[in-house]
Write a protein that binds this ligand. Structure first.
Ligand code: PMP
Length: 284
C-alpha cells in the first residue's frame, strides 16, 4: 500500500512517525474516515468541515488546505486502486522534543497521515440483511465527544464487551439515555417517526447522521431529535445505526431482546437504499 505522511507518498513500511509524537504519547490528535464507493469519495465536504471544526476546538492549525486534502484523498484512491473501501486521515499536534502537558509552540509542525483500506463488497454487506445485536454499557468517555479525537480506548473496550456478550456493538448510556454506539450514531423507529439523540457535546455529530436525517425529511418521514432510553428502544418498531463505514445498518436485538420479529425493519432498509443512491450520485 502507498500511504501519505507529511507531504510525501510512501510505501507503508517506509512511513515512520516519531516516538515523541503527541498523538502517540497523549492521544492529542483528530481523525476522519471517509468511505469510497465506485472509486469516489462519499461526502468529502462534510468530513473536511468536521475536521476543520475539530482542529479549531483544539487550537490546532490544519497543515494542509482542504482543497489539497481532497487531492491527497483522490491520489491515494488512485495509487491503491480503491473501488470500495475507506480512507483514514489523522492529524496530531506533532512531535516536540520534550514530553510536556502544555501544548508546544504553534510553529511545531503537525503530523498528518492518510491511508486507504480496501473493502470490496462494503455497500453490499451481508450484515445489512442480517442486522446487528447491541448491548448497552455505561458511557464512560470524556465530555467533548463532539470533537473527533483519537482517544478511542473506551469505545474499543465497549466493542470487546459486546463481543464477550455475543453481540456486535454496544450502545452507550448516560443519565438513563442512549448517547451513541461505539463508533456510530443510534436511532430508533416508531411508526413513521425516526428518533435520534439531539446534537451536543455528548455525541459525535455524524456526517452520515446529517445526510440520513436530510434524506428522511425529504422522503416525508418524521424526525425527532431527542434522547431515548434503552427501554424505549427495546419497545420500538425498529432500530439502526449510521456511520461513514457502515452507512445505515439495522439493529435487531438490544440487550438480548429482539425488536419486533427480530429481522431488519423497512425504514432502515429504505434509508440505507436512499443513502447509498444519493451519496453515490454526489460522490467526488
Ligand atoms: N459516533 C462515534 C462515536 C463515531 O466514532 C462515529 C464514526 N467515527 C460516528 C458516531 C459516526 O460518524 P460518521 O457518520 O461521521 O462516520
Amino acid at each position: 500500500r502507498t500511504v501519505y505522511l507529511n507531504g510525501e507518498y510512501l510505501p507503508e513500511n517506509e512511513a515512520k512517525v516519531s516516538i515523541f509524537d503527541r498523538g502517540f504519547l497523549m492521544a492529542d490528535g483528530v481523525y476522519e474516515v471517509t468511505s469510497v464507493l465506485d472509486g469516489k469519495l462519499i461526502d468529502f465536504a462534510g468530513h473536511a468541515n468536521r475536521l476543520q471544526r475539530s482542529l479549531n476546538e483544539l487550537d490546532m492549525t490544519a497543515p494542509i488546505s482542504m482543497d489539497d486534502l481532497l487531492e491527497v484523498h483522490r491520489e491515494l484512491v488512485r495509487l491503491n486502486n480503491v473501488d470500495e473501501g475507506m480512507i483514514y486521515l489523522q492529524i496530531t499536534r506533532g512531535a516536540p522534543p520534550d514530553r510536556d502537558f502544555a501544548f508546544p509552540p504553534n510553529d511545531t509542525p503537525a503530523t498528518i497521515v492518510l491511508f486507504t483500506q480496501n473493502k470490496p463488497g462494503l455497500a453490499n454487506s451481508p450484515a445489512a440483511q442480517k442486522g446487528m445485536k447491541v448491548i448497552s454499557i455505561a458511557d464512560q468517555r470524556w465530555g467533548r465527544r463532539d470533537i473527533k479525537t483519537v482517544q478511542l480506548l473506551y469505545p474499543s473496550m465497549g466493542k470487546m464487551m459486546a463481543k464477550a456478550a455475543g453481540a456486535d456493538d454496544a450502545w452507550m448510556v448516560e443519565d438513563g439515555a442512549v448517547t451513541e454506539g461505539t463508533s456510530n450514531n443510534a436511532y430508533i423507529v416508531k411508526g413513521n417517526t425516526i428518533i435520534t439523540r439531539h446534537l451536543g457535546n455528548e455525541i459525535l455529530h455524524g456526517i452520515t447522521r446529517a445526510a440520513v436525517l436530510r434524506f428522511a425529511r425529504e422522503a416525508q418521514m418524521q424526525v425527532e431529535e431527542r434522547s431515548f432510553s434503552i427501554e424505549e428502544a427495546q419497545n420500538a418498531d425498529e432500530a439502526f445505526i449510521t456511520s461513514a463505514s457502515t452507512f445505515v445498518m439495522p439493529v435487531v436485538e438490544i440487550d438480548g431482546m429482539p425488536l419486533g420479529d427480530g429481522t431488519p425493519g423497512p425504514v432502515a432498509a429504505r434509508l440505507r437504499e436512499i443513502y447509498l443512491d444519493e451519496s453515490r450520485k454526489a460522490a467526488v
